[in-house]
Ligand binder design. Structure first.
Ligand code: GDG
Length: 487
C-alpha cells in the first residue's frame, strides 16, 4: 500500500459496498454479505479513492449529490462511492443475461448450458462502456490505479485503456477460467479476451486458471506469451497474468471476544433447530447456486444413512441456502429440485422428531452463521467448481477451539491451499459418503492437528495479503514505468 501513496485508486464492481434503504424508521445503511467488499474495502479506506458501483438500494438516489456521489463509510467518510443507475433493460441484459446466464455457466462448466443472446451482449457492452466512462470522469490525473472486479466487466479494461493509456488497471476475476475448448463456444470470445488484455495486471485465484486463460489467448488471439515473466503482450501492450488467492480477514481479538463459546453455540443451535442431544451436526453454507454441489451433498447424506444405519436418527446436515438469482428459471428449477430431493430423503429416513437434512433457504445474518460454524462437528463444501470458496476459510477462522472437520471439494480453488481438509470429488457420491463417515468418527486429536494446521494457513494468507500482493506488484510496475519513461 505504501508504494501507492499519493496515487489515485478507483474501484469498479457491480455490487456496492454500502446500500441505503428506506424503511419505517427512515434511511438505514447496510453492507452486503460479500467477500469482494471485505477484501477491497481496507484498500479504499487507506487510499481514500473512489468506488464505482451499481446503485441498488431503495434510498440510494436520495443520499447522493448531483454527481451521484456519497461519502462512505457513513460514520467516518473515508472514501467516495459513485453510483451508476441502470435501467431495467440494462440490468436484465448485462447482469442477469450475459453475466449470469452467459459467463457464469461458461466459466464454471457445471453442466448448465450458457445462454448467449445478441441483445444481452449489446447491453453488456453498453454497461461496460458506462462504467468505463465513469472511471474516466473520476480520474484526476492521467494515471490512476483502477481495480476492476469480476466477470461483469471483461470489456472495461480496454475501454479505460483507450482513454487513459497510462492508467494501471488491475482486474481480478473471481470465478474460474475454463480450458480453451470450453471457453471457445462463446460467440464473443475474442472481444472478451481483448477487453481483459487492456489490464496491466490480470489476477485469478489459482495458477491453473492463469494457465487456462493463457492457453485460451494463445488459441484465439495473435499475442506474444512470455511464460517466464507470466506476461501476455497484445498489440504491444503487456499484461501480467498472476494468481492471487483471495481470502478472508482473520478475526481480531475484539471480534472473537463477542463470539459465543462452542458449547453455548451448540446449545443455542440445538435448541433452535430441535436437535437431539447426541446429534452429529454437519453444516453447509452457500448461495443457493447450482455450482455449489448441494444436490451431490444431500445424496451423500442419503447414502451415509443407507451404508451406515447407525447414523439414522443421529446425523443431521443443516444446509443454509441463501436466496440468489431466483429471477432466472435455471435457478428456480434447481432450487425446487433440491427441495423435492430433501423432502424425499427426510421422508425415507426421518420421523416426527428427526429430519436428516434441514434446508434453510433464507438469508442468515453474520452472527447466525458464526454460531453454526462454531456449533458444528463438520463443515461440508462440495462445489462442482468454485473460483476459491470463502465458506471453508470462514469455518476454519471460526474454530479457535481447533475442533471440527472440513470436507472440501477438490474443484474449489481453496483445495490447493488446504490439503489438511478431507478433500473429495463431489461427483463421486461414495467418496463423499466415506468422508462424512470419517469426519463423524475422527478422534479429537486428529481434528486438532488438522485444524491447527489449516488455521495457520488461513491466518497467514489472509485477505490483506491478497490485496497487498496485487498492489505491490502494481506499485513496482508503476515505478518501473516512471523510471524507464524518464530514460
Ligand atoms: C465468488 C466465487 C470466490 C452465504 N450465505 C450467506 C452468507 N454467505 C456468504 C458466505 C461467504 C460468501 O457469502 C460466499 O462466498 P464464496 O466464496 O463461498 O462464494 P461466491 O458467492 O460464489 O463468491 C468464489 C468469491 O467470489 C471471492 O472471490 O471465493 O469462488 O464464486 O462469505 O459466508 N452471508 C450471510 N448470510 C447468508 O445467508 N451473511
Amino acid at each position: 500500500r505504501t508504494q501507492l501513496r499519493g496515487d489515485q485508486v478507483i474501484v469498479v464492481s457491480n455490487r456496492e459496498p454500502y446500500i441505503h434503504q428506506r424503511g419505517p424508521n427512515g434511511v438505514t445503511v447496510s453492507r452486503p454479505a460479500s467477500g469482494l467488499v471485505t477484501a477491497v474495502e481496507p484498500v479504499m479506506r487507506a487510499c481514500s479513492g473512489t468506488w464505482i458501483a451499481h446503485g441498488s438500494g431503495s434510498a440510494d438516489q436520495e443520499v447522493v449529490d448531483e454527481n451521484d456521489r456519497v461519502a462512505v463509510p457513513p460514520d467516518t467518510k473515508e472514501y467516495v462511492l459513485r453510483r451508476i443507475w441502470l435501467t431495467e433493460e440494462e440490468e436484465l441484459g448485462y447482469y442477469q443475461g450475459f453475466a449470469n446466464e452467459g459467463l457464469w455457466p461458461l466459466c464454471h462448466v457445471a453442466h448448465v448450458r450458457p445462454v448467449f443472446r445478441e441483445s444481452d451482449w449489446a447491453q453488456y457492452r453498453a454497461v461496460n462502456q458506462r462504467f468505463a466512462d465513469a472511471v474516466v470522469a473520476e480520474a484526476r490525473g492521467d494515471d490512476p490505479v483502477v481495480l476492476v472486479q469480476d466477470y461483469h466487466f471483461a470489456l472495461l479494461p480496454a475501454m479505460v485503456r483507450e482513454k487513459l493509456p497510462k492508467a494501471t488497471i488491475i482486474t481480478f476475476w473471481h470465478i474460474p477460467w475454463p480450458n480453451p475448448e470450453s471457453f471457445g463456444i462463446c460467440p464473443w470470445r475474442r472481444e472478451l479476451l481483448q477487453g481483459m488484455l487492456g489490464s496491466t495486471i490480470l489476477g485469478f485465484h489459482t495458477r491453473f486458471h492463469c494457465k487456462n486463460f493463457t492457453e485460451t489467448v494463445d488459441r484465439y488471439l495473435e499475442a506474444r506469451i512470455e511464460h517466464e515473466h507470466a506476461t501476455i503482450s497484445y498489440q504491444g501492450e503487456p499484461t501480467l497474468v498472476q494468481s492471487y488467492p483471495i481470502s478472508i480477514a482473520w478475526p481480531t481479538d475484539e471480534e472473537r471476544a463477542g463470539w459465543p463459546s462452542p458449547a453455548d453455540a451448540r446449545r443455542a443451535v440445538f435448541e433452535r433447530l430441535h436437535l437431539a442431544p447426541d446429534t452429529m451436526l454437519a453444516v453447509g453454507v452457500d448461495r443457493f447456486d447450482y455450482t455449489k454441489g448441494i444436490l451431490e451433498r444431500v445424496h451423500a447424506v442419503e447414502r451415509l444413512l443407507e451404508k451406515h444405519p447407525e447414523w439414522q436418527g443421529r446425523f443431521v446436515l443443516v444446509q443454509v441456502a441463501a436466496p440468489t438469482r431466483s429471477a432466472l428459471e435455471e435457478y428456480r428449477e434447481f432450487q425446487d429440485r433440491i427441495h423435492r430431493v430433501t423432502d424425499r430423503i427426510n421422508q425415507r429416513f426421518g420421523d416426527a422428531g428427526y429430519k436428516p437434512v434441514l434446508l434453510l433457504a433464507e438469508h442468515h445474518d453474520h452472527p447466525a452463521l458464526m454460531e453454526l460454524y462454531r456449533a458444528a462437528d463438520m463443515c461440508v463444501v462440495t462445489s462442482l467448481h468454485d473460483g476459491m470458496n470463502l465458506v471453508c476459510k470462514e469455518f476454519i477462522a471460526a474454530r479457535d477451539d481447533d475442533q471440527g472437520v472440513l470436507i472440501l471439494s477438490r474443484f474449489a480453488g481453496a483445495a490447493r491451499e488446504l490439503p489438511e481438509a478431507l478433500v473429495i470429488n463431489p461427483y463421486h457420491v461414495e467418496e463423499t459418503t466415506d468422508a462424512l463417515h470419517r469426519a463423524a468418527t475422527m478422534p479429537p486429536q486428529e481434528q486438532r492437528e488438522r485444524m491447527a494446521s489449516l488455521r495457520m494457513t488461513v491466518r497467514e494468507f489472509n485477505v490483506y495479503r491478497w490485496a497487498g500482493r496485487m498492489l505491490t506488484d502494481a506499485g513496482q510496475w508503476r515505478l518501473r514505468e516512471r523510471i524507464t519513461r524518464r530514460v
